[in-house]
Ligand binder design. Structure first.
Ligand code: PMV
Length: 331
């Protein structure tokens, strides 16, 4: 076939959040972040074919051809690759998300990680993880962390050109086999503010956010230690603190940004009650109302039971730490 690849990638869930860019075009963040990549409970499968017979680049996502704004991220990624690694034929990209329908779970991280890895495989560029994370980042910041499995830090970097704003694996997928992410999919309306627009408004208007940036370097270092020590209690409490702080900065934005709803708040209250005697669960929320609850394998049934009693929780998924993108075919 020539210049072809088929790849699977999975989303990641941040325990120290990325919210805010210092450079919009290069997608450079204001702070480093830390996540773990999830297993294939949720996944994106992408096929790419570079072919001289094609007249233009195209992307078909879940059966629909994307154009205009929706194609911008992919166009940016392809332009970067061509500028850096030489002209290539046009590309036909076909991508499918295996996510519960209308769950409101972000698929951009797995989508752009799959794209970066498939370009590398199809063009036989032999790029390392750092460079793959830069390519994925140009489509979606959080995607930079999904090019690796296990626990991953996205280092903010300091260079203007973004060459040191890269993802680094801090522990692999076998490091903490008992860790789980129990996802509660919650009833919701369509997301009102995109994360891109929301973060730009937070950076521009929130005083609380300026304060957040003062302790983020220290917080990432602390979290790395909790992960390496497999210290669940410290890990869960710091993850909750950071999620609360990010959502507080959103609330401190003008105009105010609110992604959580009453079901999300009920889940947070119930997690606090569950943790009354001992911390068995932590929560984190991205730019939406779905809850990601960290726990250890033995406590999954208690979390499922707690969630199943909450009206408005539509579906519960249980994910392990995953091993990152997988190349299914290349040629
Ligand atoms: O998916 P992006 O790159 O638009 O960023 C969203 C960032 C959060 O999901 C809210 C937090 C994170 O670190 O993933």
């Amino acid at each position: 076939m020539g210049k072809y690849a088929k790849v699977i990638a999975t989303p990641n869930i941040a325990v120290i959040k990325y919210w805010g860019k210092r450079n919009e075009k290069l997608m450079l963040p204001t702070n480093s972040s830390l996540s773990f990549t999830m297993d294939e409970t949720l996944k994106t499968q992408t096929e790419i074919q570079f072919d001289a017979a094609l007249k233009e680049d195209s992307l078909i996502l879940d059966g629909t051809r994307l154009a205009g704004k929706e194609f911008e991220g992919v166009a940016k990624v392809l332009a970067y690759v061509r500028e850096k690694y030489g002209q290539t034929p046009k590309a036909k990209i076909t991508s499918k998300n295996h996510f519960p329908t209308a769950a409101g779970l972000a698929s951009s991280a797995s989508g752009y990680a799959a794209l970066a890895v498939s370009i590398n495989a199809a063009l036989k560029l032999d790029l390392d993880g750092s460079e793959l994370s830069i390519i994925a980042r140009l489509g979606s910041g959080s995607a930079s962390r999904s090019v690796y499995g296990g626990f991953v830090e996205w280092q903010k970097g300091s260079k203007q050109d973004g060459s040191d704003s890269i993802a680094v694996q801090i522990a692999n997928e076998n490091h903490w086999p008992k860790l789980r992410n129990v996802i509660a999919i919650v009833d919701q309306e369509k997301k009102k503010v995109s994360s891109r627009a929301g973060m730009a408004e937070t950076v521009a208007t929130s005083k609380l956010f300026k304060e957040r940036l003062e302790f983020m370097d220290q917080r990432v270092e602390k979290m790395k230690k909790h992960v390496l020590d497999r210290d669940f209690e410290s890990f869960a409490n710091l993850a909750m603190l950071d999620s609360d702080n990010m959502h507080a900065c959103m609330a401190d934005t003008t105009p105010r940004i609110v992604y959580l709803n009453d079901v999300s708040r009920k889940i947070m209250t119930n997690v606090r009650s569950l943790n009354d005697k001992e911390t068995i669960c932590g929560y984190t929320f991205d730019a939406g109302p779905n809850a990601h609850l960290y726990t250890l394998e033995k406590n999954v049934p208690a979390i499922q039971k707690m969630l199943s009693k909450i009206a408005g929780v539509r579906e519960i998924l249980v994910c392990k730490v995953g091993n990152g993108p997988r190349i299914l075919e290349k040629g």
